[in-house]
Design a protein around this ligand. Structure first.
Ligand SMILES: Nc1nc2c(c(=O)[nH]1)N[C@H]1C(S)=C(S)[C@@H](COP(=O)(O)OP(=O)(O)OC[C@H]3O[C@@H](n4cnc5c(=O)[nH]c(N)nc54)[C@H](O)[C@@H]3O)O[C@H]1N2
Ligand SMILES: Nc1nc2c(c(=O)[nH]1)N[C@H]1C(S)=C(S)[C@@H](COP(=O)(O)OP(=O)(O)OC[C@H]3O[C@@H](n4cnc5c(=O)[nH]c(N)nc54)[C@H](O)[C@@H]3O)O[C@H]1N2
Ligand code: SF4
Ligand SMILES: [Mo]
Length: 707
């Protein structure tokens, strides 16, 4: 075949959790088109505007192809050998001089979308060995993992809304029309929600903003940020008081329901109304509707996870699904059956909680990770165990994590910092060395994380679209190489891990659909590879009882630490100040966290970074539409443009995260020109879900004045 022949490749989009199937047409090195793959079993041809930007990532001249080292403000290309050797040497030196915990790790979101990161990341962590591990988990879904660990015995035994078969879907703090679903892989969210309505079902959205999803919902209810836990407890209380529960097939497998009945008895509808601004009747009606609708499910995401009571919210959502008989039933919430890493009793990595605490603030670990909000203080506070050297992998905490200015300062004061990344962003600009992996299209792909969270069971393997250059390295190869060198310097034995596809092939063969457990299917990676569009493994399949990984073998409905946290909730009930303003975030379908702003096709058009504010709140402060305003919080202030809209409720302002590259003079030609500020200069590392240590990036108290 000649170099110029047109080829068609099938590929998953790795940008968000929807993992849509793509059809990529290439000629030689050129990408001719990127379209949705109509034969994909889960996305059926749907894509969003971000998919085509994969070509821009691949072609971006700002994307690093070679390792670089920083000399003052300049960046110099160096060889892989030098980059790997220096990295290993400096990390080992930091540990020799200051102790094991002197090295810190932060793993960002795209690592979860790149399977070589998941298969090989732990190798580097084992070679380094430190207590100071952080990740975007504690800026995000930690409360989900914590509640699954406590109730079902495994952090990844997470029930997913059976959206394709439900009749009532209640969403709190999620906006799938912008995010395309999260902890609920649901490509083509718009169609799936339309289908729900077309079959007579109902969509209810509880959100402080009339989000894109709220706009298409049958009912939208405004809620004061951070107050959802009162609403959820009142729902549980109502279900108990009015005997509106139906435990179904799980009845014999539930432990602790009576404890909950007592624990929530003080959380009545009146308190919920006073705290949330939702009237008591609406809350009661919702409780009864959930209990009496055949196939109903309640689900909550960022808005109720990344707030002060994130863990209580996620716990309450599980409890409601149990009480209304929705857990583990068709049209309810069901644990998935993926082909790789099926979760059941005995599956490794189930989690542990509070085995040790962070040095400075004493926040608990979860699954060996400390909360990201403690990262800056662990770098800046002198003493034994202070972080002196950092490793970041596919992350940008200076823009993504709370109290950004403090983090920016912390990263600038390190003895050594190495970034695994292909961009010089707000965080990696502080690095001494950057190790850039291959472009997404240069490596093969199997979705380890998101088939585990998908609303339909599927499997799919994609070979690389382009061969990597001879001297390019995949993330997993860099992990192998740096880990080998560190082990050598420490005088320890080291065995590199085989390529990710070899590990996944082995896993699939011995997993749920493999020959031992399912002789009829005898699924192998080769069989999956033979079906380039992927293989449909059917709708979600109930059967959680046999998979419970708790010691008792039961569903632990009332974990003690969660029940105890209700005291904190009760005590924080307060009168609302008339001039109070609470900051929440916002996602847009053309943006993706902090790193998709360097592609013209995604940033063009109307600006998306402004502060949204209710017209009456603006009038109270004498502010006019599209004027400059100063937003201040306990930890920082930013100046940006305000837009007047009743999309947000009174007392709420909304600013999206991920922006503000200009200030940091990032080496990304388009991103650096974008207006917009870093909203995490306002979010507060001390404003957290105290139980889990998860950041509370929503509901942050701020003031707004003319700027
Ligand atoms: N205020 C506020 N803050 C938030 C949120 C919010 O809603 N509001 N959301 C939070 C959430 S949910 C998340 S997940 C975090 C995300 O926060 P982070 O994960 O810290 O940040 P990202 O913006 O995803 O940065 C990703 C980096 O990974 C790099 N990258 C991309 N692909 C690869 C790859 O294959 N290999 C490697 N090595 N690098 C790669 C990119 O170049 C980029 O620099 O932000 C959080 N921050
Ligand atoms: N286009 C796009 N897609 C993405 C991403 C992206 O950046 N851009 N990021 C990806 C990532 S990393 C994640 S984690 C997911 C997140 O996926 P989602 O959680 O679906 O996305 P968000 O848009 O953050 O939705 C949070 C909603 O909560 C509301 N909210 C804020 N505070 C509260 C509150 O106190 N109570 C209630 N009830 N609601 C509240 C907000 O107004 C918002 O509508 O999206 C993923 N998909
Ligand atoms: S919704 Fe968009 S970004 Fe997300 S996987 Fe699908 S095409 Fe990619
Ligand atoms: Mo996230």
């Amino acid at each position: 075949m000649s170099e110029s022949a047109v080829k068609i490749h099938h590929r998953a989009c790795h940008l968000c959790e929807a993992i849509c199937g793509l059809e990529i047409k290439t000629r030689g090195d050129e990408i001719l088109s990127i379209k949705g793959d109509k034969a994909d079993p889960i996305s059926k041809g749907f894509i969003c505007p971000k998919a085509t930007a994969i070509a821009d990532i691949h072609n971006d001249p700002d994307r690093l192809r070679k390792p670089v080292k920083r000399v003052g403000q300049d960046w110099i290309e160096i060889s892989w050998q030098e980059a790997i050797d220096t990295t290993a040497k400096r990390l080992v030196e930091a540990q020799q001089k200051h102790g094991e915990d002197a090295v810190g790790f932060y793993a960002g979101n795209p690592g979860v979308h790149n399977y070589g990161n998941l298969t090989h990341g732990s190798l580097l962590r084992r070679a380094v060995k430190t207590k100071n591990n952080f990740s975007a988990t504690s800026l995000d879904q930690l409360p989900h993992q914590l509640t699954s660990y406590a109730m079902y015995g495994h952090q990844f035994l997470i029930p997913i809304p059976d959206i394709d078969r439900t009749n009532l879907m209640v969403i709190l703090g999620g906006n799938p029309l912008a995010s395309n679903g999260s902890i609920m892989t649901m490509p083509n969210a718009p169609q799936r929600l339309k289908d729900l309505q077309a079959r007579g079902g109902k969509l209810v959205v509880i959100d402080p903003r009339r989000s894109e999803t709220a706009t298409v919902a049958d009912q939208h209810v405004f809620v004061k940020p951070g107050s959802d836990a009162y609403v959820l407890m009142a729902i549980i209380n109502t279900l108990f008081k009015e005997n509106q529960f139906n435990l179904g097939h799980l009845e014999a497998h539930l432990d602790g329901l009576e404890t909950i009945r007592t624990a929530v008895s003080g959380f009545n509808l009146e308190l919920a109304e006073q705290q949330s601004g939702i009237d008591a009747d609406t809350i009661r009606d919702l409780a009864i509707e959930l209990a009496t609708t055949d196939k109903a499910v309640i689900y909550g995401r960022m808005g109720v996870s990344v707030q002060e009571f994130g863990s209580l919210c996620q716990w309450a959502i599980q409890v409601i699904n149990i009480l209304i008989g929705s857990l583990d039933t068709e049209g309810g919430a069901i644990a998935t059956s993926p082909a790789f890493a099926y979760v059941k009793k005995g599956t490794p990595g189930g989690g542990h909680f509070d085995l040790f605490k962070s040095r400075v603030s004493g926040l608990p670990e979860f699954g060996g990770e400390l909360p990201a909000v403690t990262m800056a203080e662990e770098m800046l506070t002198p003493g034994d165990g202070q972080i002196k050297a950092m490793v970041t992998i596919a992350g940008n905490p200076v823009i993504s994590s709370a109290n950004a200015s403090e983090l920016d300062k912390a990263f600038s004061g390190l003895d050594f910092y190495v970034a695994f990344d292909f961009y010089i962003n707000a965080t990696t600009r502080h690095a001494d060395i950057i190790l850039p992996p291959t472009s997404p299209l240069e490596h093969d792909h199997y979705d380890i994380a998101f088939f585990r969270l998908a609303v339909r069971n599927c499997t799919r393997f994609n070979p690389a679209v382009f061969a990597a250059n001879d001297d390019a390295m995949h993330d997993w190869e860099i992990f192998n190489a740096v880990s080998a060198k560190i082990s050598e310097l420490k005088g320890k034995d080291f065995r590199p891990l085989p390529a990710p596809d070899v590990m996944v092939a082995h896993g699939i063969e011995h997993d749920y659909y493999g020959a031992e457990q399912n002789p009829e299917m005898s699924l192998t990676l080769d069989k999956i590879k033979a079906q380039p569009h992927g293989i449909d493994l059917g709708p979600l399949k109930p059967g959680i009882v046999a998979r419970l990984a708790t010691e008792s073998g039961k569903i632990m409905c009332a974990p003690e630490f969660l029940i105890n946290d209700l005291k904190r909730l009760a005590e924080s009930a307060s009168e609302r100040a008339a001039d109070e303003l609470l900051l929440i975030g916002r996602r847009h379908v053309r943006s993706n966290n902090s790193w998709m702003h360097n592609y013209h096709r995604l940033v063009k058009g109307k600006p998306r970074w402004q502060l949204m504010m209710h017209p009456e709140d603006m009038a109270d402060r004498g502010l006019s539409n599209e004027s400059q305003v100063k937003i201040q919080s306990r930890v920082g202030e930013v100046t940006t443009t305000v837009v007047s809209t009743d999309e947000v409720m009174r007392g709420v302002v909304s600013l999206p995260h991920g922006w503000g590259h200009k200030k940091y003079a990032v080496k990304m030609g388009i991103a650096v020109q974008q207006d917009g500020v870093n909203c995490n200069e306002l979010t507060d590392d001390k404003f957290i879900d105290k139980l889990s240590g998860n950041a509370a990036l929503n509901g942050v108290p701020v003031t707004v004045s003319a700027g």
